[in-house]
Design a binder for this molecule. Structure first.
Ligand code: NAP
Length: 222
């Protein structure tokens, strides 16, 4: 597949790209800082410079044209204020959803977050973050693409275990970014996960079993 990753210099994306390349995919990574390009090239990806907050629909379309799939792994990050939760976590995701719908890119994998199913009200930054994640997830479901929405619990930089737990609702805990990347690489080409939203935490289940487990859950809207 020809896969575009948004937030390609982020921690999950840097772990995901080599996995996708090893699986034989072409990977194009959207970054906003050209200085990050050489890192992407070392990972095996082609860098596409596009600031997803500033870009209009034409520029976003140009960044993803020809792709078979989009992975949204961008985020405003923990140091950002509420405004950038809306412009990145929701706004950038929505621009890519619109581009995918316009260009016939059917596959879209969203890195969402635990808690996005029931975001707390109010304007505290973490609440706004979850509100923005929930809105982006709803935008993606409404678009009618072949989506998979992954809602990890607290992320760590530990080495991947190769095992996780998934479900419509999981215990809060931790999961490594490496295992999140492995889950994305496993589900991206697996149609059993189309139309599904699931939570992801550390656990004992081999990641290869994730598509079968998810495929047996009710699809979104069912
Ligand atoms: N932390 C947690 O415990 C947790 C739990 C569940 C879910 N998540 C979600 O998982 C996501 C991915 O995690 P991560 O650790 O890989 O994140 P990360 O390292 O912060 O990566 C996010 C990437 O998004 C990019 N980005 C920000 N604004 C952009 C823009 N306008 N245009 C293009 N790219 C832009 C950043 O690029 P720059 O370097 O240019 O800023 C960065 O490379 C998070 O963003 C969060 O939503 C996190």
């Amino acid at each position: 597949m020809d896969i575009v990753i948004a937030g390609a210099h982020g921690a999950i994306a840097r772990l995901l790209t080599p996995r996708l390349v090893a699986d034989g995919h072409r990977v194009r990574g959207i970054i906003r800082n050209p200085d990050h390009g050489p890192d992407l090239q070392r990972d095996g990806a082609e860098a596409v410079i596009c600031d997803l907050e500033a870009a209009d629909g034409t520029a976003v379309g140009a960044a993803v044209a020809g792709a078979d799939a989009i992975v949204f792994a961008a985020g405003a990050g923990p140091g950002s204020g509420a405004e950038r939760k809306w412009t990145v976590d929701q706004g950038a995701a929505k621009k890519l959803i619109d581009a995918a719908a316009e260009l016939g890119i059917r596959r879209y994998v969203m890195v969402s977050s635990i808690g996005a199913d029931a975001p707390p009200p109010g304007d505290e930054v973490f609440s706004v973050y979850l509100q923005a994640k929930a809105a982006a997830d709803a935008d993606l479901v409404a678009a009618g693409l072949d989506h998979t929405i992954i809602r990890p619990v607290h992320l760590t930089d530990d080495n991947g275990a190769g095992t996780v737990e998934v479900g419509t609702s999981v215990e809060r805990g931790e999961v490594s970014r490496d295992d999140v990347a492995a889950v994305i690489a496993t589900v991206i080409g697996d149609a059993r996960t189309h139309g599904h939203t699931f939570e992801l935490t550390g656990g004992d289940r081999p990641i290869a079993e994730v598509p079968e487990v998810i495929g047996n859950l009710p699809r979104d809207g069912a």
